[in-house]
Design a protein around this ligand. Structure first.
Ligand code: BGC
Length: 746
């Protein structure tokens, strides 16, 4: 016994002492917040209990352009935020928008979100999220500032390309897998811009004023799905006001709806510079204030991060009793939760960057979202040996990844359409390019440069006549124009002025149509354009900003290597004037006596996009949901049967053509006996189905009362009124192949 004790004393006791001195705590001494095996909420409470007031406040505002503080004393890291929805932004200088000039941060540029929306493919949305999340994690980012899901209220919105179209159901179905894919990497998605932020004109000074029915039916559903079904860990407030209060601290949107009705437990982040008031920032649901002043290190006291609304002014209020620690604790909890879900999550994620798989995913998503609007058989291209292919238009050549605002990217490479055409055809045909018009010659943004030289010495007239002359003896003319990301086009911060194509392109296309009987028009844009020449050309393709692999994806579709299956996520109107926004009070807003901010009224209510055109019976160029294929499909055996508490709508889809392809079967519901004005149809289901020639498959949709309901503001509830409804099955909002009435409650 004595011997044992002395051995203990001589060997174990000093060893134990040593361990303690060296700070190697035994497992039971490990703080709970560092113990990955402990439940998230226990870790949060433990960390919170160890923090000082000052440390908690430090969490709630930026410390640099794209980071907010952690708790260095406790080894809790800061949160790193990054744009954006289409790829991982290059590293920026500590306090600048400009890139820092690193040489290892060129990312995979994924297609613009409108391109993703045009795939109508939930699996591809998940793949997109998974890949971009992996890129974010590799770059050690915790919060990805995207995706954006604001509704296409006007085709003029400069950020239409960053969003997912005009329909809340489509955007809602696609945002969920994107968010999940991102978050599987231990990176928080930050769904933006919450809410009713549907224009860039005066985006920081306009109040969107609308009734609750419109809010709940059109502008909130995709956000609600992102929160309740996608489980997003972050939401970004928008710049504008809603019913008179700034959205980054809008009580109704953030406290009552997001955190109240929907039970959101994540973090609310301001848009950069969107926080505008000390007191509202504290009480109205904002958790992290970002971007209020952009040059925090330049020395002027008024510019420093310490003077953010949620910094010193917050501390003062906490110290003199105007603010409570309870509210601060709620913010701190949400921020800690975000840290423990991301950089300190139990699962280690390392991500991956610019892998071949990511570029392949970008190419697939880009191609599957390209929409074949019209085709008389000219596509897919099948040039004879020695054929002459003339390519006309700036967008065949211009790189598009650089530019557009916060979604600007520095990518490892970008395949332009012209190069992809050469790659596809050089061994059998000649491919010649004529510019045709000069659009945007800028080649840099925030110090990211494309390296292209877009200068041009020819006059507009000369460019046009050179193109027309070359078209005369071409076997095919492929026109590639549209918009770009310059001011007043697809660009953050400005809206477009019309939907007419800029730079005299309509005249050029008409002139080419005069001399060519094989004219394919490829419109590359992120938003709707008018196509007055549509009947005079042989084929029309709607392509988007496709990212690194845009050229390959486009040529995949033109050659038939990929059978087009994209569908318009918005209506392509004939003219701007046909749309629902008729007055200045609807758009872009008016000034009213005694009101500090511009006022805008959503007088059109729930009638935007096809809900407007179809209900008013206004012809459009191409309807919502439209998109052709190189094969044909037949939809038959449509039926509606009661099942459980709802109904099952089913039909059989058959590929009746010669090549494999995909069709998107779309289910719209019509309420034929409503007591309130309702759209003639609303999308409530879709399935994208790939079929071999001759193959058939049954498609089924389960619908419930929520799919029949409208939002009744007076009772603050969704209401399904007994009566007759119709299930409309089709392949676009205009191409309805089966209409089946059914009754609810009568
Ligand atoms: C944009 C956001 C973006 C943020 C950070 C803002 O101007 O509206 O979408 O995430 O900047 O770059």
């Amino acid at each position: 016994m004595e011997y044992t004790v002395s051995v203990m004393n001589r060997f174990f006791a000093p060893a134990l002492l040593c361990l303690l001195i060296l700070g190697c705590a035994r497992p039971s001494d490990k703080p709970v917040y560092l113990d990955h095996s402990k439940p998230l909420e226990e870790r949060v409470e433990d960390a919170l209990s160890r923090m000082t007031l000052e440390e908690k406040v430090a969490l709630t505002h930026a410390q640099s352009k794209f980071s907010s503080a952690g708790v260095p004393r406790l080894g809790i890291p800061e949160l790193w935020h990054t744009d954006g929805p289409h790829g991982i932004r290059p590293e920026v200088l500590w306090d600048e928008w400009d890139q820092a000039g690193w040489t290892n941060d060129s990312c995979t540029a994924f297609p613009a979100l409108v391109n993703l929306a045009a795939t109508w493919d939930r699996d591809l949305s998940h793949l997109y999220g998974e890949c971009i999340g992996a890129e974010a994690r590799y770059r050690k980012k915790d919060i990805l500032l995207g995706p954006g899901i604001n509704m296409g209220r006007t085709p003029l919105n400069g950020r239409t390309f960053e969003y997912m179209g005009e329909d809340p159901y489509l955007a809602g179905e696609l945002v969920v897998p994107y968010v999940q894919g991102v978050q599987d990497n231990g990176v928080a998605a930050c769904v933006k811009h919450f809410a009713v932020n549907n224009q860039e004109v005066r985006r920081t000074a306009t109040s969107s004023n609308l009734d609750d029915r419109t809010l709940y039916e059109i502008y909130l559903p995709a956000f609600r799905k992102a929160v309740q079904e996608g489980g997003t860990w972050a939401i970004m407030g928008s710049y504008n006001l809603y019913n008179g209060q700034f959205n980054c601290h809008n009580k109704k949107l953030l406290c009552d709806i997001l955190k109240g009705e929907w039970g959101f437990d994540g973090v609310v982040i301001s848009d950069w510079g969107g926080c505008r008031d000390d007191d509202e920032a504290i009480t109205n649901g904002l958790d992290i204030e970002m971007g209020t002043w952009t040059n925090g290190l330049r020395g002027a006291a008024s510019d420093s991060y310490a003077n953010y609304h949620l910094a010193n002014p917050y501390l003062e209020r906490l110290r003199d009793g105007r603010a409570t620690e309870e509210v601060l604790d709620d913010k701190a909890r949400r921020i800690l939760r975000t840290v423990f879900r991301t950089s300190m999550s139990p699962e280690q994620h390392f991500g991956s960057f610019t892998s071949p798989e990511h570029f392949a995913a970008a190419r697939k998503i880009a191609a599957d979202g390209i929409v074949l609007l019209k085709n008389d058989g000219t596509l897919p291209l099948n040039p004879a040996d020695g054929a002459r292919i003339l390519v006309v238009g700036e967008n065949a050549y211009k790189m598009m990844v650089v530019g557009g605002g916060s979604s600007n990217l520095k990518t490892k490479y970008e395949i332009i359409p012209l190069d992809a055409l050469h790659e596809a055809f050089d061994d059998k045909a000649s491919v010649v390019w004529e510019r045709g018009y000069v659009g945007d010659v800028t080649t840099d943004y925030n110090k990211v440069v494309t390296g292209q030289d877009l200068s041009e010495s020819r006059s507009a007239q000369q460019l046009l006549s050179d193109a027309v002359a070359a078209a005369k003896d071409a076997d095919y003319v492929i026109y590639m124009g549209g918009l770009n990301k310059s001011r007043n086009q697809d660009n953050e911060g400005t809206d477009r002025l019309d939907i007419v194509l800029p730079y005299g392109q309509d005249v050029l296309i008409e002139a080419l149509a005069e001399v060519s009987d094989k004219l394919v028009v490829v419109n590359i844009s992120g938003s709707p354009v008018a196509m007055p020449w549509a009947s005079k050309v042989n084929a029309i393709v709607q392509a988007w900003y496709g990212g690194s692999e845009s050229g390959h994806a486009l040529v995949d579709v033109l050659t038939g290597a990929v059978n087009p299956s994209g569908k318009l996520p918005f209506t392509m109107p004939l003219a701007l004037a046909d749309g629902p926004l008729k007055t200045e009070r609807q758009y872009p807003g008016i000034q009213e006596e005694g009101k500090q901010w511009w006022q805008e009224y959503y007088d059109e209510g729930v009638f935007i996009g096809y809900r407007w055109y179809d209900t008013q019976n206004i012809p459009v160029q191409y309807p919502f949901g439209h998109g052709l294929s190189y094969t044909t499909f037949d939809l038959s055996n449509a039926s509606v049967k009661p099942s459980g508490k709802g109904w099952t709508v089913s039909a059989t889809l058959e590929n009746t053509g010669d090549v494999p392809g995909a069709e998107v079967v779309q289910l719209y519901i019509a309420d034929t006996e409503a007591s309130v004005p309702r759209p003639v149809k609303e999308l409530k289901g879709f399935e994208k189905i790939y079929l071999q020639p001759g193959e058939k498959r049954q498609v089924k949709f389960n619908i419930g009362l929520e799919d029949l309901s409208f939002f009744d503001a007076a009772s603050h509830a969704w209401v399904a009124e007994p009566g007759e409804f119709k299930a409309l099955l089709g392949t676009s909002s205009a191409d309805i192949r089966a209409e089946i009435p059914f009754n609810y409650g009568k």
